[in-house]
Design a protein around this ligand. Structure first.
Ligand code: B1M
Length: 206
């Protein structure tokens, strides 16, 4: 049943994923097993295909919607079983930048990997990042930028986080970014795509 759930998720079949989650709960399977061996493995398998250019952004977005639908079905059960998220990630697109498609994809993949996401949206100032990171006690801060004119904001955000005493590692990404730039501004991680962002977060929190 769980393999079928993975396949349905990868194919973006939302109604089928929902039905399979219901069936799995009814069969007495634990929410943790449904999450870890069904939904998350489905998303991981899709992440590998995405990295290898075997599937593309539209497929990932549709699968992420199916994942969200499955998670919504599973949520009451997860709460009952007290299954904790793997960590709390604060994500946003930097000040002056309105591009959010890549950022949303990164958020969805992280959610698919078992993290809880606080999404600040777009055009987020260094002060808002720092205040939200402190308020929620996040484990990771994830910054996205698509413009060469806005990626420079990332350094100010890292400085604001440090000034506010936030110790959470910062990961950065977006089309104009590079590993070198990330290192230069003091970010702890860089990912060129959404699937790699999950790998980096897993590694940083291991
Ligand atoms: Co804009 N835009 N845009 N745009 N836009 C680009 C980025 C541009 C490259 C187009 C071009 O000229 N060829 C160019 C930037 C040039 C530069 O700075 N080098 C550009 C420009 C100039 C502009 C405006 C200034 C245009 C104008 O008004 N004169 C303006 C700026 C507005 C602003 O932000 N203040 C603008 C506006 C817009 C729209 C609003 C029309 C729209 C955005 C809609 C939206 O996001 N809701 C838009 C779009 C759609 C694009 C293009 C066409 C597509 C971007 C996209 O969504 N790609 C883009 C050209 C292009 O990239 N081909 C372009 C798909 C997305 C999945 O990829 O976001 O790269 P991407 O995310 C990837 C990775 O980068 C990575 O993972 C994702 C995939 O797995 N990633 C992360 C992203 N964030 C990450 C974070 C991580 C890790 C990985 O960790 C935290």
């Amino acid at each position: 049943m769980l393999h079928k759930m993975q396949d349905a998720l990868m194919a973006g079949k939302k109604a089928e994923v929902e039905a399979l989650v219901d069936q799995a709960i009814a069969s007495g399977m634990s929410a943790r097993q449904i999450l870890n061996e069904g939904l998350i493995v489905g998303m991981e398998r899709l992440g590998v295909l995405f990295k290898n250019n075997e599937v593309f952004i539209p497929e990932v977005l549709v699968a992420a919607r199916a994942m969200n639908a499955g998670l919504t079905k599973l949520e009451p059960q997860l709460i009952k079983e007290k299954v904790e998220p793997k960590g709390l990630v604060l994500i946003g697109t930097v000040k002056g930048d309105l591009h959010d498609i890549g950022k949303n994809l990164v958020g969805m993949m992280l959610k698919g990997a078992g993290y809880k996401i606080i999404d600040l949206g777009t055009d987020v100032s260094p002060e808002r990042f720092a205040a939200a990171a402190k308020e929620h006690g996040v484990q990771i801060v994830a910054l996205s930028a698509l413009l060469t004119t806005t990626m420079v904001q990332m350094k100010s955000i890292i400085q604001s986080l440090q000034a506010a005493g936030v110790k959470a590692p910062v990961i950065v990404g977006g089309a104009p970014l590079t590993q070198e730039y990330a290192a230069q501004i003091g970010a702890q991680g860089y990912a060129s795509d959404a699937a790699s962002a999950v790998d980096i977060v897993n590694k940083l929190l291991a």
